[in-house]
Design a protein around this ligand. Structure first.
Ligand code: PLP
Length: 375
């Protein structure tokens, strides 16, 4: 039997709403579930507007485009994140500038941010990694002092809070994903949330090919087809109805792993994410870093776990080392040692909503045995 790294938690509510899409014929991007899902999810994040997208990557692309920054402007973002963040910059001819990760929380190391600002920096993109919120007070303070736009990526932190405030509430535009492994899912999907009516309306236009209102098929600007379907929104709406349970279960799983893995941390074999006292992490994926005592890289441990039926995954490969970015004219070789070490020695364990307590127990037991063999 394999314990999967993730499984979406879907139920009869999803089925009923999807069935309504099919029987009513509202299967494209028009239909009542879209608006309900947008408004409901935006409200959950404490925002005025939600603009649903076909993926989280699309949400990031649209968000950066909506800001209308001059081409060549720099965007500061963590190197320890998904390629989508860099991709979104490139789509609008913006230059991503990478900062290293914090060794304890794995989020953007804020102390690096100011050193990397230049006269061309126009935006900052904090990413909450594996459910732990980035250091938002300091990021917002720097952004306000240097007049930078903030695009928040909270794909991994739906429901996480920072000083009691929900992730998704911090950016000029905040972007999330509803991919199947996210805290609520629409299969594929994403959303931008914002308090700005102007940005919301730009995002809606960009999502739908920038049709001119009143002059259909005339385009003053090139947009995208990033529309979410009513079917996706139906699933999302059903998931939104259970979001508090999903978030609570994520937190339970995270706490259970933390408790059960403490002894391996105390023995100096692994390091867990340091959860700051002022945040509530939702432990989107439960990560750990192999300590130097273990003479092994994450990939070897992952293979050994897979052999025993545990589906775990490596950490992000840092953006500043991505082969696909090296060929670009602005690319500059640099060493960001924390992210590089995380990539070599970090992995995350099965963390899906369907995980039972006995699965967690089994994962921990097999992990202990596996690590024991590498001492
Ligand atoms: C999942 C994710 C995205 C976007 O994912 P899509 O697969 O395009 O929906 C963006 N940023 C982060 C940090 C993510 O984890």
């Amino acid at each position: 039997m394999v314990i999967p790294v993730n499984e979406p938690l879907l139920g009869s509510d999803e089925l009923a709403l999807v069935q309504e899409c099919v029987t009513s014929g509202w299967v494209s991007s028009a239909g009542r579930f879209l608006e309900e899902f947008e408004q409901g999810f935006a409200a959950y994040c404490g925002r005025r507007f939600g603009v649903a997208m076909n993926t989280g990557t699309s949400a990031l692309i649209a968000a950066l485009r909506a800001l209308d920054l001059p081409p060549g402007s720099e965007v500061l973002l963590p190197t320890f994140t998904i390629i989508s963040c860099a991709l979104a910059c490139l789509e609008s001819q913006l230059v991503p500038v990478f900062a290293d990760a914090d060794a304890e929380t794995w989020c953007l190391d804020v102390s690096q941010v100011e050193r990397k600002l230049t006269a061309r920096t126009r935006a900052i993109m904090p990413v909450h990694i594996y459910g732990h919120p980035a250091e938002m007070d300091r990021i917002l303070e720097i952004a306000s002092r240097h007049e930078l736009a903030v695009v928040e990526d909270f794909a991994e932190a739906i429901g996480s809070t920072y000083h009691g405030r929900r992730c998704g509430s911090f950016g000029d535009v905040s972007c999330t994903s509803f991919y199947a492994n996210k805290t609520i899912t629409t299969g594929e999907g994403g959303m931008c949330v914002t308090d700005s009516e102007e940005l919301a309306s730009r995002l809606r236009s960009l999502r739908n090919l920038c049709f001119l209102p009143g002059q259909r098929f005339v385009h003053r600007e090139l947009g995208f087809n990033f529309r979410m379907t009513n079917i996706q929104a139906a699933i999302g709406l059903a998931q939104l109805g259970r979001i508090n349970q999903h978030v609570a279960r994520k937190i339970e799983i995270g706490r259970s792993y933390s408790r059960r893995l403490q002894f391996l941390e105390q023995r100096g074999l692994i390091r867990l994410c340091a959860v700051r006292p002022w945040v509530q992490s939702t432990y989107w994926m439960f990560g750990l870093v192999l300590e130097e005592k273990l003479d092994v890289e994450a990939s070897t441990v992952l293979d050994a776990l897979a052999e025993r039926g545990i589906e775990a995954r490596p950490f992000f490969f840092p953006l500043h080392l991505q082969p696909a970015l090296r060929a670009l004219p602005w690319y500059r070789e640099e060493r960001l040692p924390v992210a590089q070490r995380l990539a070599q020695r970090g992995l995350y364990l099965p963390s899906g909503l369907t995980l039972a307590e006995k699965d967690i127990e089994q994962v921990v037991a097999i992990l202990e045995e596996t690590l024991g063999s590498f001492r």
